[in-house]
Design a protein around this ligand. Structure first.
Ligand code: SAH
Ligand code: SF4
Length: 392
């Protein structure tokens, strides 16, 4: 991979043929969209807002999938809902559980495409890593997802659906009548799975609106982190329209090296990116930006890099997350040695920054950061087959 490599790869984009006429899936609709859909299905206008709130709670607070169980709605109204709507989640194809408890799900979305979702349990909390696209159009040279050539944006429902199906698997819906359980197995959500979330902005935003809603899934925006490779024009919008925590895939301290590792840098370079971040904490009312830095042996891990890094980010409230490179078959890099990572972390720490080193999780099931790439459909199917299935 050279600096002349394209920023985006030659991908096969999969347009989505929207279902015509069939039931509307409620999962992933914002409150306003659900309201409109209920009215369109024949809910009297003056009742619509109340009905919307009731349905919302059943679906997102109680995890109910069957309209018949929505007992505070009249029977004939439940029948009307069942006629016009569905409560649909992506389908789990496989689930692998690592020796450290990490769970990796391969899920199938409309059109037969597959993405991965990873649940990482930790002491007192649990983080869900969700995907926002099938594959990724960008070509970061150290990332496995970037080598996958099939790309389609996930719908808001498919993004929210990842959280809901993991809650199903962990049996984490509240029980009616039981005392409120405050411990949450999925307490945090990170948009760090497959795809570049800021290239699927509207769907990611709408999905997060649903996820953050206090009368439903109720994850606070402080417990949601969106990771981007640096899509500068969408960063201010993320602050204003989502307001979650932000992580930046930084990974290099000179444009020369970042051009190769994170080719989007050729469009928005380090200076432009950093300038776009200065206002983020104020706009989003969040505390700190996380700089992710993957440790690649002999590429970006020198003492000089560490010193440049702290200098570059000075003035931006931040923390640095060092990620030991997760190797994948055929990867063109090696992980930095533990000694090198420790020395690098030390320089950052002495400069006054928290510098946690991310412990690789789920390595035995290839669930670690940047390794997500389902055994591609492409390997198994012909283009024609895929085209036929997606209704092209
Ligand atoms: N597209 C977004 C989010 C998905 S990647 C982004 O790039 O930020 C989530 C994080 O994993 C990013 O910081 C990414 O750079 C990192 N990553 C990708 N491949 C990796 C690998 N093989 N080892 C360690 N981290 C990796
Ligand atoms: Fe895409 Fe992020 Fe991987 Fe880069 S690191 S190829 S932006 S998923």
């Amino acid at each position: 991979m050279t600096a002349n490599a394209p920023i985006t790869q030659d991908v096969m984009t999969l347009p989505r043929k929207l279902p015509e006429g069939g039931p509307v899936n409620i999962v992933g609709l914002t409150r306003e969209e659900l309201l409109d859909a209920l009215v369109a299905a024949g809910t009297p206008e003056r009742q619509a807002r109340m009905r919307m709130g009731q349905v919302w709670q059943w679906v997102y607070h109680w995890g109910v999938r069957d309209f018949a169980q929505m007992t505070n709605l009249a029977k004939d109204y439940r029948a009307l809902l069942a006629e016009h709507f569905a409560i649909g989640l992506p389908e789990v194809v496989t689930r692998q559980i690592s020796s450290d408890g990490t769970r990796k799900y391969l899920i199938r979305i409309a059109g037969g495409h597959e993405v991965e979702t990873v649940y990482i349990p930790e002491e007192g909390r649990g983080t869900l890593c969700v995907s926002s696209q099938v594959g990724c159009t960008l070509t970061c040279s150290f990332c496995h997802t970037g080598t996958q050539k099939l790309v389609r944006n996930l719908t808001a429902g498919e993004i929210v659906g990842q959280l809901m199906l993991v809650r199903d698997d962990l049996d984490e819906w509240p029980e009616r009548g039981a005392p409120k359980d405050e411990t949450r197995l999925v307490s945090n959500l990170v948009l760090m799975g497959m795809g570049e979330p800021l290239y699927n902005f509207e769907n990611v935003r709408n999905a997060m609106k649903v996820v953050m809603d206090g009368e439903g899934l109720s994850l606070s925006r402080r417990r949601i982190t969106l990771s981007t490779s640096g899509v500068v024009p969408e960063i201010a919008r993320t602050a204003e329209e989502i307001g979650c925590q932000l992580a930046i895939s930084f990974h290099a301290t000179t444009d020369e090296v970042r051009d190769i590792l994170v080719p989007i840098n050729k469009r928005w370079n380090i200076r432009t990116l950093l300038d776009s971040l200065r206002d983020y904490p104020r706009l989003s009312n969040s505390e700190r930006i996380t700089f992710e830095y993957v440790m690649l042996d002999g590429v970006n891990d020198s003492d000089a890099d560490a010193r440049r890094l702290v200098k570059l980010i000075s003035g931006i409230p931040s923390k640095i997350n060092l990620i030991p490179f997760n190797e994948w078959p055929g990867a063109p890099y090696r992980r930095s040695t533990p000694e090198r990572i420790a020395a690098f972390a030390d320089i950052i720490y002495k400069a006054g920054y928290a510098s946690p080193i991310r412990t690789p999780r789920g390595e035995d099931i290839m669930a670690a950061c940047g390794q997500l790439k389902s055994a591609t459909e492409r390997a198994r199917k012909s283009r024609a087959q895929i085209a036929a299935e997606s209704g092209l």
